[in-house]
Design a protein around this ligand. Structure first.
Ligand SMILES: [Zn+2]
Length: 306
């Protein structure tokens, strides 16, 4: 019988060649999918009520009270980050920041970085610009030429997820602030993360281990850092591991990190919160302190990393 030969035959596609799209097409599809996700997120944001990313007050994205927590004068916080002390007798590089990374400030930065609240960018970049303007006269310079403003790198995965390199947006703000103070500053987005996971949720030792050998200068940057002064910019200073790894990469490329600027600083256990200096008191001719002092708030188990 002619049909006997095929008895028990089960058609399968295993033997057929698998269609494989060219790499450029696959990349284009992945980009389109990410773009679609961002679009969907933006549309959802349009129909949902807005709430302050710091305290939850309705109908405002970033309320005046929360804004004031990052609205004071920048202050030095490098002594909080043990990783910045090279133990060679030299003082650690100065790190200026605007607020304690606790409570509403921390919630807002987490929402900005990982909650899709890119509507905060303008306020946060503006805060860094103001801070840079204030610190400009105090940035120690070791060499002539323009000051390069370099963002501490995030992982490629984090940048894709967020749709932007948010820390580099802060660097743009820093350049704006420095220039408005008369400093010849240029943005140089030259640092890259080789791999490793996000720093979020890691302890001090794990943060440092996670970054060993993971920060490098982009090949395309060539010798852009050679013989230059560098101001590093990051969102949050926690243990200092990210800043230390970035400084090492800058040094290896012939540059010198002369200062850092961050939005916020995480006070370690037992460290007293900083009392912000918040406004110019015309009557006494001095800065007033205390209006935006932030006390410790209950830990919600959220931490922010690179
Ligand atoms: Zn608020």
């Amino acid at each position: 019988m002619p049909g006997e030969r095929w008895a028990g035959y089960v058609p399968t596609t295993a033997s057929l060649p698998r269609p494989r799209l060219p790499r450029t097409t696959r990349r284009a599809l992945a980009r389109a999918a990410r773009h679609g996700l961002r679009l969907a997120r933006d549309l959802v944001a349009l129909v949902l009520p807005v709430a302050c990313a710091g305290c939850g007050t309705l109908d405002v994205a970033w309320c005046t009270t929360c804004r004031s927590r990052l609205g004071g004068l920048p202050w030095r916080c490098e002594e909080r980050a043990g990783r910045l002390d090279a133990l060679d007798g030299r003082p650690p590089v100065p790190v200026w920041t605007l607020g304690d990374n606790v409570g509403p400030v921390r919630d807002a930065i987490v929402a900005w970085k990982d909650g899709g609240r890119l509507d905060l960018s303008r306020a946060l970049v503006g805060a860094v610009a103001r801070a840079a303007q204030h610190v400009a006269p105090g940035v120690p310079r070791s060499r002539a030429g323009p000051l390069l403003v370099v963002a501490v790198p995030s992982t490629a995965a984090a940048r894709r997820r967020r749709g932007r390199w948010l820390v580099d947006d802060l660097a743009r703000g820093a350049v704006r602030g420095l220039r408005s103070a008369g400093v010849d500053a240029r943005r140089a987005p030259v640092l890259r993360r080789r791999g490793g996971r996000d720093q979020a949720g890691l302890g001090a030792r794990a943060r440092a281990r996670n970054l060993v050998g993971q920060v490098r200068v982009a090949r395309a940057a060539g010798r852009a850092l050679a013989g230059r002064d560098v101001l590093l910019v990051d969102d949050v200073l926690t243990t200092g591991a990210s800043v230390a790894a970035s400084s090492a990469a800058v040094r290896a490329a012939g540059g010198v990190v002369v200062a850092c600027l961050t939005l916020a600083s995480t006070p370690g256990p037992g460290v007293r919160p900083h009392v912000a200096v918040t406004g110019w008191r015309r009557s006494s001719g001095s800065w007033s302190a205390g209006r935006a002092a932030i006390g410790p708030t209950p830990d919600r188990g959220v931490s922010v990393g690179v």
